[in-house]
Design a protein around this ligand. Structure first.
Ligand code: SAH
Length: 349
């Protein structure tokens, strides 16, 4: 039974082959694809212009991935929505809808949990449960678009999980999301955020996908980085930044360097100086994020003055830099905290 085809993860080409295999005319594939990826149907039953027999056959041969909304938190300040989704196997994941003047952006999870172990991150506290399938990443966007009633124009793969650790499903997700036969979101409006897995960055550069690459830097040297991110023991900054540069050369896409400021750990001006030195010659900008404290660790946010001084230093050196606006401040647990609090509650109850 578990061998059923995950039909919502198939590309249009693959769906045509699939239809032929089950004895259907390939032209039916376009209709079915439209139901799955444009009309965003929740089940085969909704596909009323397909015959009952065909729907029954599809249900028998394939699995229709559909996420159930377990919880939604809506910010009273800026309309940001945090979603908790339940998967078919009972696992839960979270996603966020952020409303900007340039459009609606959805932040999706790529894995259930994470095995990267970044010290400040709630998503990784219980390790990796499993990878998400392409259809499960996709339906986060679909369900949010349906629930909010508004078009999603940007997608950032910055929720729980490390996209390079679930590479093939993430690439498949991006191709489906940006397919002209589906939601047709511009590839330029998709961002992949990584903790710095060098072979993954190199591979992504070869995909011929003009997506934005965001690197979670968080430190100006390997020593500090190792105290925050265990992955720094596997890849050195010089190799990561060489791969990033190569990414820019191959794709022409400017990079984003994410830097979470943690009081007393990575936020003094000497560190700003080292950071400016480190990324000299790179094409991209720095996004400073005041760390979002989690109760399991005693990391604190840098104070406003330190954050602004850090920004001013980089600016003086000619590096484009922004301080990330905190969205949904009133509902915003840190990345992965909604899922974590849900799970802790359900274990103790
Ligand atoms: N694994 C990927 C994508 C998921 S994390 C990556 O590492 O980039 C998305 C971003 O949020 C990363 O930059 C991550 O370091 C950051 N992040 C996670 N928890 C955080 C917290 N508590 N405060 C600030 N930034 C956090």
């Amino acid at each position: 039974m578990s061998e059923k085809t995950d039909i919502r993860s198939l590309t249009l080409e693959e769906l045509k082959e699939y239809m032929t295999r089950i004895g259907e005319k390939p032209f039916r594939a376009a209709q079915l694809y439209q139901w799955m990826h444009v009309k965003l149907a929740s089940s085969f039953e909704e596909m009323t212009n397909l015959s009952k027999d065909l729907r029954a056959k599809l249900a028998e041969n394939s699995e229709y991935v559909h996420l159930e909304i377990a919880d939604v938190r809506i910010s009273q300040i800026d309309g940001t929505r945090k979603y908790l989704f339940r998967l078919a196997d009972g696992n839960v994941i979270e996603s966020v809808l952020m409303r900007y003047h340039h459009g609606n952006s959805v932040c999706v999870s790529s894995q259930v949990g994470c095995r990267m172990g970044c010290r400040f991150c709630a998503s990784t506290l219980d390790g990796l449960e499993r990878n998400l399938r392409a259809s499960e990443i996709l339906d986060q966007v679909y369900e949010i678009q349906k629930d909010s009633g508004e078009r999603v124009s940007n997608v950032v793969i910055m929720g729980s999980g490390e996209p390079m650790d679930n590479y093939d499903n993430v690439i498949r997700f991006i191709r489906l999301l940006t397919s002209p036969a589906g939601l047709n979101i511009s590839q330029r409006n998709v961002t992949v955020s990584t903790c710095g897995i060098v072979p993954g960055i190199r591979k992504l550069a070869e995909e011929d996908l003009p997506v934005t690459l965001a690197l979670s830097l968080h430190a100006p040297n390997d020593a500090v980085r190792k105290t925050l991110m265990p992955v720094a023991n596997s890849y050195q900054l010089k190799d990561i930044l060489a791969a990033c540069h190569e990414y820019f050369e191959k794709t022409g896409r400017r990079l984003t360097f994410e830097y979470s400021l943690v009081a007393g750990v990575n936020d003094n001006l000497e560190e700003a100086r080292q950071l400016a030195e480190l990324i000299r010659g790179q094409h991209g900008h720095v996004n400073l994020i005041p760390v979002n404290p989690i109760k399991e660790r005693d990391y604190r946010q840098s104070d406003r003055r330190a954050i602004e001084a850090f920004r001013d230093y980089l600016e003086q050196k000619g590096i484009p830099v922004t301080i990330r606006r905190e969205m949904g401040r009133d509902i915003n647990g840190a990345c992965g905290q909604l899922r974590k609090s849900y799970m802790d509650k359900n274990v103790t109850e």
